[in-house]
Design a protein around this ligand. Structure first.
Ligand code: MF3
Ligand code: CO
Length: 250
């Protein structure tokens, strides 16, 4: 069932989205050589709780942390660990969901750790831009396939590939709601976008092939070929006046 929210409910959801964005900014500022992903996770948890929110992923389907931190060939759902020490040249995808007033926000960003290669920077730029291409297509009356095809067209033109095994999704009182928002697809196909829907658009883009596999911890998704992957995400409300990005800071 697709949940459509009133304008009032969307205003109420804004605080969770803003908190998610502030937490992501704080996490990004901690990315530097020598820092462990565990340290970043602890700081995010403390920050979100200090602001009166909840780290939504902690305990969700058994997920053990307040962030997902996915380094280099880890695509998504990397579990923060004291053993994962960031190094110069890494690309570090951080995905954070915070809850407040009964709603959740969801956002992700891939940060460079120190100086990164030109190739890695190009992947980050293209993935970020593809998110904005997807957001542009998130117009009331369009369909989820319009978002997916916009993302896919942009990244495949640059010879990157769209990860298929994870998608964007509705988000609101639940972390994951219908509809699912694939980052590939056919224009005009899929569920129609209606004002009041709130969705997470989140391209996960690989430098090599799109296939992924899950490590033995049951969460960490890596590219099968070991190529780098990037991940950018915003929570977006469908409004009569076009898409509104809810996880922006001004
Ligand atoms: N933001 C992530 C997503 O949209 C949340 C991961 S869910 C968890 O999939 F299970 F890892 F917590
Ligand atoms: Co998400």
């Amino acid at each position: 069932m697709i949940i459509v929210k009133t304008a009032r409910e969307i205003i109420r959801m804004q605080d969770a989205c803003t908190l998610s964005a502030r937490a992501l900014k704080l996490a990004g500022e901690m990315v530097e050589p020598g820092v462990s992903t565990y340290d970043i996770d602890r700081a995010v948890k403390k920050f979100i709780e200090g602001e009166g929110g909840v780290p939504s992923t902690l305990g969700y389907e058994g997920y053990p942390a307040s962030t997902c931190i996915s380094v280099n060939s880890v695509v998504v759902h990397g579990i923060p660990s004291k053993k994962t020490i960031l190094r110069q040249g890494d690309i570090v995808s951080i995905d954070i969901m915070a809850g407040m007033h009964g709603y959740h926000g969801d956002n992700a960003y891939t940060f460079p750790c120190g100086d990164i290669s030109k190739e890695a920077q190009a992947l980050l730029d293209a993935t970020k831009e593809s998110l904005y291409e997807g957001i542009k297509a998130a117009q009331a009356g369009n369909r989820t396939g319009d978002i997916g095809s916009a993302v896919q067209r942009y990244v495949e033109a640059r010879s990157y590939s769209v990860v298929r095994s994870f998608t964007g999704h509705g988000v609101g009182a639940n972390l994951h709601e219908e509809p699912s928002i694939p980052n590939y697809g056919t224009p005009g196909r899929g569920p129609r976008l209606i004002p009041g829907m709130t969705i997470a658009i989140e391209p996960m883009i690989a430098m090599g092939g799109y296939k992924t596999r899950i490590l033995d911890d049951g969460w960490t998704a890596v590219t099968v070929d070991g190529s780098l992957a990037a991940h950018f995400e915003h929570t977006v409300a469908i409004t009569p006046d076009g898409p509104k990005i809810m996880t922006l800071l001004d």
